[in-house]
Write a protein that binds this ligand. Sequence first.
Ligand code: FMN
Length: 136
Amino acid sequence: MQYKRLAYTSLAALDLSVDQLFDIGQTARDLNALDGVTGLLLFNGTHFLQWVEGAPETVDELMERLRRDQRHSAVEVRETQLANDRLFPDWSMKLVRVRSELIHAHDDVLQALPAGLPDSIRERIAGMVELISVEV
Ligand SMILES: Cc1cc2nc3c(=O)[nH]c(=O)nc-3n(C[C@H](O)[C@H](O)[C@H](O)COP(=O)(O)O)c2cc1C
């Protein structure tokens, strides 16, 4: 089976609450478990960076729902890949809170990634953290 892997960034609503953040994580895990979607959701206090992967049409439908969701805006797709395997087979959606400064965000995300992840993907994800981080 071919999987679509997609990474996007977005800007959280200014008034997003902690409860809403947990709701997003819970909904994502519940629906993704039903839809066969897996992935990783990084939040740094202002921005999201999410990787979603699953059947191509399922990922496309999810992106349509995500674009309508008022809890974030400025959804920009950064990367799409077709692949024969998943990067995050064990995570229906892992929510990782990272610090906003690049140097810390890097450490936070590297610690959270699964041990078996190929180095090339690990580096790509760590590199993508730049998209939502502040340089200090
Ligand atoms: C940052 C963010 C990440 C989300 N991730 C997912 C996800 O991985 N899977 C999912 O089904 N919904 C996710 N959602 C929720 C969807 O936007 C949507 O509310 C949900 O799929 C239900 O669809 P509906 O509101 O059209 O009923 C996310 C929302 C936000 C704001």
